[in-house]
Design a protein around this ligand. Sequence first.
Ligand SMILES: [Zn+2]
Length: 375
Amino acid sequence: MPVGTLGSVKGVSQDVLEDLGVQILLGNTYHLYLRPGVDVVRRMGGLHGFMAWERAILTDSGGFQVFSLNELRKVSEEGVTFRSHLDGSSHFLSPEGAMEAQIGLGADIAMAFDECTEYPAEATRARASMEMTLRWAARSKKYFDEHKNEVPWKSSQVLALSSQEKRDRKRLQPSAVSRQEKQVLRSAQDDNSEKGLDGQTQALFGIVQGGMDRELRRESALRTVEIGFPGYAIGGLSVGEPRELTREIVESTLEHLPKDTPRYLMGVGTPEEIALYARMGVDMMDCVLPTRAARHGLLFTSEGRVSIKQARYAEDRGPLDPACSCGVCRRYSRAYLRHLYSANELLAQVLNTVHNLHFYLSTMRSVRESMRSAL
Ligand SMILES: [Zn+2]
């Protein structure tokens, strides 16, 4: 899942994301809660309507970002008091508040509010944190079940339809427009009645914590499954621990999560890591790495990492990655990309991001294909 922190994957528009084959992206509740605010997004038809994105979206609970504020937060059983990184204003986020926000944002998948245990943590601290995450998971689920019908999906479908209509209008001859429009409208109405759109709700996923302790992870997994969710995430990793430890904890946690529900590893990783974890049984991952690295001129290629700012590329006529089929590699030279980056052109960020996203998505496509052919 590419990360679209503020309802935008930085540097690339939604139509480019569609062309790249992005099936689902992630929005950050903390950032959207502060700006533009959940109420605005809800009134605009939820995140789908607001950002004109018809494909799937997942929102995090806001917890991870609030916990990364360090100096600006205070945790209690009830929830977390924190100060906005934007203007220092004081806010309070609880399991109930995080659910209310995520229902308002209306992503397809919402995440339970958890406490991301810091690394390193003492055994007693890791257990206390895990126990609180379990209590918060139960509170998240309770609030979600009571309020899930408030998701603003009906209006988002109307917006999605009108954007579809606009595209069709551009594409078609005038005589065909009205017939096509009628078909679009009719199929949308059918969808509504057949699938009972009004009755559909988001999916709430639980999150496993437990620090770097295998036994705590096992207990957290079993007890989270006992609460019961349609999908499970492994949280609290990639927080500064050695990569080998991340791998061990993921492996031992996966054993205790049902294979027939989605298993989501949060905040991971490099192209090598996402391939490794997918083969281990992880179904979903998100990471800012491809997009953030792109904006810093770090590109992932089949031949390894390329730091495009290096002088050695100044007159390099070759494509960024000869094995890549993305539009950037098919069209531009390394020399041009290096120039754009050195001159601080906006297009550098756009093109670099397009390539890195394509590289990540094609990494996952080839993992899926090799897993399918191994069956
Ligand atoms: Zn490329």
